[in-house]
Write a protein that binds this ligand. Structure first.
Ligand SMILES: Cc1ncc(COP(=O)(O)O)c(C=O)c1O
Length: 355
């Protein structure tokens, strides 16, 4: 991987490398020992993100998974459950962390491309059943939705769920790894999303382009508790202001430019849809992620991924017949053009016929 022949790397928006400006900001960051709460740059980042999301306090974490898992354990006691959609990162890609680390069970509903509907959550939740059944303590929502294909969640549905969960004493956590993509795509202020959730995690290391780091927001008491659990999880960091400086740089310089990623994803999606009708449903392309139904052109996803890679374009198989393409800071117009040429050609030709 990382081969010099790679001409467009659409594997993930986690691939971005820090820009020169970001590296300079990191090199000159004022730092202290954050386990003692003495890192001024980290403090500034936490205050900034709490403010952006309209919450009282924030906590920096080394990863989005840790931010989610700290959020989850704040709301759910051992033996209780969280509910979410079956494609959610928290239930599908954090390797059972809620169960392993916090004794939490999970149940899921099936969604269309990760699209959140309040009724799905409401019909799965079980509350007020005393000692007889597992009680639902938390609904997890992901916005944008990664495996769903960058799906932007409806604020109206979220508000409906908030009203229902509040009545039933169930908390809500937002996996906002790509919440800034949703904000840029819709113009909805980050705080409007933040307002509907007890806790929110936000990743600096996805489309925003920082090398490391996520932030969890919630109340001051919750963040004080999460700080203890972060240390237990092995995530207490020392001069992490170096990382926070990258996050602050990203918030200053890499938010509006997410619109470029969205535009390039759309440009490619339109070309692929034209090359092979049925391969991309254009209405589903909402942000920086495109899911291609390569089976519509007769391909199995692993063979398509291999053929694209052999031509210098890296992609990711997300299902037996579907492939994910992700735009980010390190994929410019020229690389997008290369990806379009290679992928449209593969969709037009279909897989090689056996000799
Ligand atoms: C939606 C979502 N949530 C959480 C994460 C976890 O982030 P990390 O890889 O930093 O643990 C990811 C990672 O891709 C993600 O896509």
């Amino acid at each position: 991987m990382g081969s010099p022949a790679l001409r467009a790397d659409l594997l993930s928006d986690t691939l971005t490398r820090p820009t020169d400006g970001m590296r300079a900001a990191m090199a000159s960051a004022e730092v202290g020992d954050d386990v003692f709460g003495e890192d001024p740059t980290l403090r500034a980042l936490e205050e900034r993100v709490a403010d952006l999301l309209g919450h009282e306090a924030a906590l920096f974490t080394p990863s989005g998974s840790m931010a989610n898992q700290l959020g989850v354990r704040l709301h759910v006691r051992p033996g209780e459950e969280l509910v979410g959609d079956s494609l959610a990162h928290v239930v599908r890609a954090e390797l059972g962390a809620a169960a392993v680390l916090s004794g939490i069970s999970s149940r899921t509903w099936v969604s269309e491309r990760g699209r959140f509907r309040a009724d799905d959550a409401a019909s799965l939740m079980i509350t007020g059943v005393g000692p007889y059944q597992v009680c639902t303590a938390l609904v997890v929502v992901e916005n944008t939705h990664n495996f769903g294909g960058g799906t932007v969640q409806s604020l109206e549905e979220i508000r409906r769920a908030r009203a229902i969960t509040r009545e039933r004493g169930v908390a809500m956590h937002l996996d906002g790894a790509r919440l800034v993509n949703a904000h840029v795509a819709t113009g909805v202020p980050l705080a409007d999303y933040g307002h509907e959730f007890d806790t929110v995690s936000l990743c600096l290391s996805k489309g925003l382009g920082a090398p490391v780091g996520s932030v969890l927001v919630g109340s001051s008491d919750q963040m004080a508790e999460s700080r203890i659990w972060r240390k237990r999880f092995g995530g207490g960091m020392r001069q992490a202001g170096i990382l926070a400086a990258a996050g602050l740089w990203a918030l200053d310089h890499h938010v509006e430019r997410l619109a470029d990623d969205h535009a390039r994803a759309r440009r490619a999606a339109e070309a692929l849809a034209e090359a092979r009708p049925g391969a991309v449903e254009l209405a589903t392309v909402e942000t920086n992620i495109v899911i291609v139904d390569v089976a519509a052109a007769g391909w199995a996803a692993p063979a398509f991924v291999e053929a694209a890679l052999a031509r210098g374009v890296r992609t990711y198989a997300v299902g037996p017949g579907s492939v994910r393409l992700v735009w980010h800071l390190d994929v410019d117009d020229a690389a997008t053009g290369v990806a379009i040429d290679v992928l449209t050609e593969l969709l037009r030709s279909g897989p090689p016929t056996p000799a």
